[in-house]
Design a binder for this molecule. Structure first.
Ligand code: ADP
Ligand code: ASP
Ligand code: MG
Length: 478
C-alpha cells in the first residue's frame, strides 16, 4: 500500500474501479485495508463505467421520440448492477434491500425519460436529474459490499451537502455553504467510525434541485470534500499507474510521472489529460492538502504525487504530452480591425453569451486577426453570432471575414522546466517538422509551463508520439 497512513483521508474511485464485480471487489479490498490504517476515511465513487453515457444518451434519444433506447437501457442497468450484487453481497436480505433501492432508481430514470419524450426536449436540468442516477445507484452498491466485508459504511448522496448554483451540467459550488453542510453530514458519520460512501459528480441547488459538476466531475467532488473537512490527503484511484507521460491509450511506451507540480498537472488537466478533472486541483492547493493518483488494479504502485514545487533540472523540461480532440479554429480578420475599439472584448463576450468556453487563444503574429479554438460542435453558432455582432464593421469593411476550420486537435506539451530552458520550442518544432506535421496555430501558456499547437485531426497520433519521444530522450540522458 501507499506510504504512511493519513489520519483523515478521502479516496475517490472512478467508474472503471467499480464497473465490474472484479473491479468492485478490488476497490472494496483497498478500502478495507485502508480503513485499518486510517480512522477517518471518506469514500467517493463514480457511477459504474459506461453508466453515465448510457443514461445521457437514452435521455437524448427520448427527446427525439426513440423510447426503445431507454427501455433497453433499463435492462442493461439492471444487469450491470445485478452482476455486482450477486457476486459480492452474500446476505440474501441485504441483496434484496439493495436490489429494491436500485430498481426504484431505474424506475425514476424510466419515468424521467418518458417525461422527456412527452415534452420532446431534454433540458440541462432534466439531464442532470437523469445523470445523477448513476452515482446514486453506485453508492448503494458499494456501501453494501463494504458492509458485507465487515467495514461499517453508509451511503450518502452529495445533494445533501455540495451546494451549487443552477448552472446545470457544470454547476459551481458555493464553497462556504458546502463547507458547513459537508462538515455537518460527514463528521457525524466519521465520529461514529462509519465510512461514508459519497456520490461523486452531483450536488444540489439551495432549493434542493439536483445538479452535476460536469463530466468527469467526481474527482472534483473528492477534492471539495477533502478541502472542506479538511482531510490530510485526497487519493484519486483510477485504472492507470498515475499521471503518465502521455495517454497510455495513444502512446504505449508512456510511463508514470512520479512527481508533478500542481501547475503542471493543472495545465495537463485543462489540456485534455482525462486522468484528473481540471477543477480538482484548486481546492487542494488552497487547503494545502496532498493529492495522489493511484491505480486500483495495481495498488502497490506509488502512482503520482502532486507537489507544490520541484527542483528544476533539465530532465524535467518536457514532462507530458496531451491532446484535446474535436476542436475548430475560428479566425476573425480584417485590415481595418486595428482601428475598431474593443474587438477582442466584443468577440469573447459574444461567445460567452452562447455559453461556450474557448479552449485556446492564439497569439497571431499579425494584429489584423483574432484566432481561437472552440469545440467543433459550437463553431457554426459562434461564426453566426460574430457575423451578427460585427455586422456594421463588415459593412464598413473594417472586418473582412470570420471563418472556422473543420475539425482540428490541440496538442499540448507540459513541463515547468520549459520556463528556464531556452530552445525548447525550437526542439519541438524541429521534431514536428521532421515528421512533416504542419502546425496551424500556436499558444504558449502565460505561466510558460505549457505550449499548445493546433494540428489537423489526422496528425494527433503521430504528433503525440513524436513529442513523447522528446520526453523519453531527455530521460535517457540522465
Ligand atoms: P476514472 O473512471 O477513474 O475517472 P478516467 O477514464 O476519467 O478514469 O481517467 C483515466 C484515463 O485517463 C486513463 O485510462 C487514460 O486512458 C486517460 N489519460 C489521458 N491522459 C492521461 C495521462 N497523461 N496520464 C494518465 N492517464 C491519462
Ligand atoms: N460518472 C460521471 C461521468 O461519467 C462522473 C465521473 O465519472 O467522474 O462523467
Ligand atoms: Mg475521470
Amino acid at each position: 500500500m501507499v506510504g504512511s497512513a493519513p489520519q483523515t483521508l478521502v479516496m475517490k474511485f472512478g467508474g472503471t474501479s467499480v464497473g465490474t464485480p472484479e473491479a468492485m471487489a478490488q476497490t472494496a479490498l483497498i478500502i478495507q485495508r485502508q480503513r485499518a490504517l486510517t480512522p477517518r476515511l471518506v469514500v467517493v465513487t463514480s457511477a459504474l463505467s459506461g453508466v453515465t453515457d448510457l443514461l445521457l444518451n437514452s435521455a437524448t434519444a427520448a427527446a427525439l421520440g426513440e423510447t426503445e433506447v431507454y427501455n433497453q437501457t433499463v435492462q442493461t442497468l439492471r444487469n450491470k448492477h445485478e452482476a455486482v450484487l450477486k457476486a459480492l453481497i452474500t446476505d440474501r436480505a441485504r441483496q434484496d434491500e439493495v436490489r429494491g433501492a436500485i430498481t426504484l432508481l431505474i424506475l425514476d430514470f424510466a419515468n424521467l425519460c418518458q417525461a422527456i419524450g412527452v415534452l420532446g426536449e431534454a433540458t440541462s436540468r432534466a439531464l442532470d436529474a437523469v445523470a445523477s442516477i448513476g452515482e446514486r445507484m453506485a453508492v448503494r452498491l458499494l456501501a453494501a459490499v463494504l458492509d458485507n466485508n465487515g467495514v461499517t459504511a453508509q451511503f450518502v448522496e452529495a445533494t445533501r451537502f455540495i451546494v451549487t448554483d443552477d448552472n446545470f451540467q457544470s454547476a459551481h459550488p458555493d464553497l462556504a455553504a458546502t463547507q458547513t453542510a459537508t462538515r455537518a453530514v460527514l463528521n457525524t458519520l466519521l465520529d461514529q467510525g462509519i465510512v461514508p460512501v459519497v456520490t461523486g459528480f452531483i450536488g444540489a441547488t439551495r432549493n434542493g434541485v439536483t445538479t452535476t459538476l460536469g463530466r468527469g466531475g467526481s474527482d472534483y467532488t473528492g477534492a471539495l470534500i477533502g478541502a472542506t473537512l479538511p482531510s490530510d490527503e485526497v487519493w484519486i484511484w483510477t485504472d492507470v499507474d498515475g499521471v503518465m507521460t502521455a495517454d497510455p491509450r495513444i502512446v504505449k511506451e508512456a510511463t508514470t510521472i512520479e512527481e508533478l507540480t500542481y501547475r503542471e498537472v493543472s495545465e495537463l488537466a485543462y489540456a485534455g489529460a482525462k486522468v484528473l478533472h481540471p477543477k480538482t486541483i484548486r481546492p487542494v492547493i488552497e487547503a494545502g492538502i496532498g493529492l495522489r493518483v493511484l491505480n486500483t488494479f495495481n495498488p502497490d504502485h506509488a502512482g503520482t504525487q502532486l507537489v507544490s514545487e520541484l527542483p528544476i533540472t533539465d530532465h524535467h523540461v518536457v514532462k507530458s504530452v496531451t491532446a484535446i480532440r474535436g476542436q475548430s479554429l475560428i479566425t476573425l480578420e480584417g485590415r481595418g480591425m486595428l482601428g475598431v475599439p474593443g474587438v477582442a472584448a466584443r468577440t469573447f463576450a459574444a461567445i460567452a453569451n452562447l455559453g461556450t468556453s474557448i479552449t485556446l487563444i492564439s497569439q497571431a503574429s499579425s494584429e489584423q486577426a483574432i484566432c481561437f479554438a472552440v469545440p467543433v460542435t459550437a463553431a457554426e453558432a459562434i461564426t453566426s453570432a460574430l457575423q451578427r455582432e460585427f455586422r456594421f464593421e463588415f459593412e464598413r469593411k473594417d472586418i473582412d471575414r470570420v471563418w472556422a476550420t473543420g475539425e482540428v486537435v490541440i496538442v499540448t506539451v507540459v513541463g515547468e522546466g520549459m520556463k528556464s530552458t531556452p530552445g525548447v520550442a525550437g526542439r519541438i518544432f524541429s521534431a514536428l517538422g521532421d515528421k512533416k506535421i504542419n502546425v496551424i496555430a500556436i499558444a504558449q501558456g502565460s505561466s510558460e509551463v505549457s505550449i499548445s499547437f493546433v494540428l489537423k485531426s489526422e496528425d494527433v497520433r503521430p504528433a503525440v508520439q513524436t513529442l513523447h519521444d522528446l520526453v523519453i530522450k531527455k530521460d535517457e540522458s540522465k
